[in-house]
Design a protein around this ligand. Structure first.
Ligand code: ADP
Ligand code: ZN
Length: 517
């Protein structure tokens, strides 16, 4: 291909990929790279990131070295590049032809060389680079370089010194998932100037976002499957849940529902994935490992059986729905316990990452708890300035009631405090409602000032309020399953912070019939 290099990007685009036009910011990114200027491109999944380094690689002498975090991803990329006639190779422990690849690399016979950061940062690779012609460093999944990102990988930090040894080679960092804070960090960590940031629009207008409280989740998802007959992905958090839920859904709906997780035999896993990609109505119940690198444009819904790790993860996972542009649904089912668990896990992670993880969890809680437009919150998170209402999320379509529940929250928090911050919601609720069972009496909790102070309309607020307070971290789990004060609880008690409560719709999970149904 390098025999007659094309100098016009549009021509090269057509000749190499058969595409008639660039999409979105692709052209801006390619232009900058061809001008030899380092760039960070933030583009949502499916926006066509790979092309932004593949095309310059084809158009220039020398090899583009692509840093990629996962061998499986590299091999997917390799297959599709090779299918387009691009001269590409991977350098991983799984490759038998490493010697040959190195020879081709040194001889300038490769457009692309894919390599993992831990291998790239070894001294002998640096030595190899000094003997081979290179035109570009492409750093895929660049958020891995930041502790603020949701997937920090220390090996990414070793790339900067490597690239600094080749100052004449431009850098192109790519990510789908970076909030403003993470972006700034990626620029700094990889030595890319601020003016090199290019951000694509994040809106996916054909995806309808819905977030519901989880009740009996198999029934709720079966209902969703009845409303949305096309292919769907259900994300769960554990392998065991994956298999159980797949069985329940298959039994409830009569449709093909298969599990996918890292513990399955490789052939079974690959078989289930292939069946899903080929199918027009299959549902796959998967851990988050599923979906990276699969190209299935007609996924009609993505459901979350519990909270995702972060807003970035939510956006990326739901982004696998509706890539063909037709209507699609993203439905999350959450419970207060999801946040409680995630918050208790915070204490187990490294000190240096805790603040970032905590901020991520709080941002997710805002998305989950809000009574206003979900899309607006998502897009603002990615630095955009969207309209206040989108018209295609649950809250825009069916505005929930929002009330000021600060006073009831003060009663609840105060009861948690006065009972010693050791009991679960059930006991605290009894105290507030003035229900004196044996435990209440033996602990003397019927003597507390908070005994029986909640009645009338307030009664039905207690449960959703406890959920909301747990989501925002004002109530935290104790080691033994009780509740204790946390976050801004003291401010709420002093009347210095308020609590807006979104009232759940009356018919929680009876979803509206939908055009795509
Ligand atoms: P990302 O890595 O950003 O998720 P990919 O690079 O995998 O996205 O591209 C997603 C899909 O879009 C691929 O099937 C790719 O061939 C296609 N694509 C990319 N750019 C264009 C374009 N300019 N015109 C048409 N299709 C494109
Ligand atoms: Zn909306």
């Amino acid at each position: 291909m390098s025999a007659d290099l094309l100098t016009d990007p549009a021509e090269a685009l057509h000749a190499t990929f058969g595409f008639s036009a660039f999409r979105g910011v692709q052209e801006d990114v390619v232009d900058r790279v061809l001008a030899g200027r380092s760039t960070l491109a933030v583009m949502p999944t499916g926006a066509g990131k790979s092309l932004t380094y593949q095309l310059p690689a084809v158009m220039q002498q020398g090899t583009c070295v692509v840093i990629s975090p996962l061998i499986a991803l590299m091999h997917d990329q390799l297959r599709s590049a090779t299918a387009n006639g691009i001269r590409a190779a991977t350098l991983t422990s799984a490759d038998m032809d490493r010697e040959q690849t190195i020879d081709r690399f040194r001889a300038g016979e490769l457009d692309l060389l894919y390599i993992a950061p831990e291998r790239a940062s070894q001294p002998h690779f640096r030595e190899l680079l000094s003997k081979a012609p290179i035109c570009l460093f492409a750093i895929d999944e660049a958020h891995c370089v930041s502790e603020w990102g949701h997937d920090f990988r220390p090996d990414y930090r070793l790339l900067r010194p490597l690239m600094d040894a080749f100052p004449e080679v431009p850098r192109l960092a790519l990510t789908a998932t970076a909030d403003a804070h993470t972006r700034a960090d990626i620029l700094a960590q990889l030595g890319i100037p601020e003016e090199g940031l290019i951000v694509a629009g994040f809106d996916r207008p054909n995806i309808r976002y819905t977030i519901r409280h989880r009740e009996s989740v198999a029934r709720q998802i079966a209902q969703l499957m009845a409303d949305v007959p096309g292919p769907g992905i259900v994300y769960t958090t554990s392998r065991a849940k994956t298999e159980k839920l797949a069985e329940q859904l298959a039994a409830a709906t009569g449709r093909t529902v298969l599990p996918y997780h890292a513990g399955l035999e490789p052939q079974v896993r690959a078989g289930n994935q292939a069946a899903f990609v080929a199918s027009e109505d299959m549902v796959i119940v998967a851990t988050i490992a599923f979906g990276m690198g699969i190209d299935k444009p007609d996924v009609r819904f993505v459901a979350h059986e519990g909270i995702p790790k972060s807003i970035e993860a939510y956006y990326q996972e739901t982004g696998r729905a509706g890539r063909d542009g037709d209507d699609a649904q993203a439905v999350m089912f959450w419970a207060a316990g999801d946040f409680a668990q995630a918050r208790s896990r915070l204490s187990e992670i490294e000190e240096s990452r805790r603040a970032g993880e905590n901020a991520r969890l709080n941002a997710l809680a805002v998305l989950v708890e809000t009574g206003s437009c979900r899309r607006a919150i998502l897009l603002r998170h990615f630095g955009e300035d969207p309209p206040a209402r989108c018209g295609n999320c649950d809250n825009c379509l069916d505005a929930p009631g929002v009330i000021d529940a600060t006073v009831t929250a003060q009663k609840l928090l105060s009861a948690v405090f006065r009972t010693g911050q050791t009991y679960g919601f059930g006991h605290v609720e009894k105290v507030l409602l003035g229900q004196a069972d044996d435990r209440v009496l033996t602990r003397g909790h019927d003597q507390l000032s908070v005994f029986g102070i909640v009645d009338g309309d307030e009664v039905r607020l207690l449960k959703p309020l406890s959920r909301a307070l747990q989501a925002r971290g004002s109530l935290l789990p104790t080691e033994h399953g009780g509740l204790m004060l946390g976050g801004d609880a003291r401010l709420i008690l002093k009347g210095e912070a308020s609590v807006q409560l979104v009232l759940p719709p009356k018919k929680e999970s009876r979803g509206r019939r939908d055009r795509s149904g």
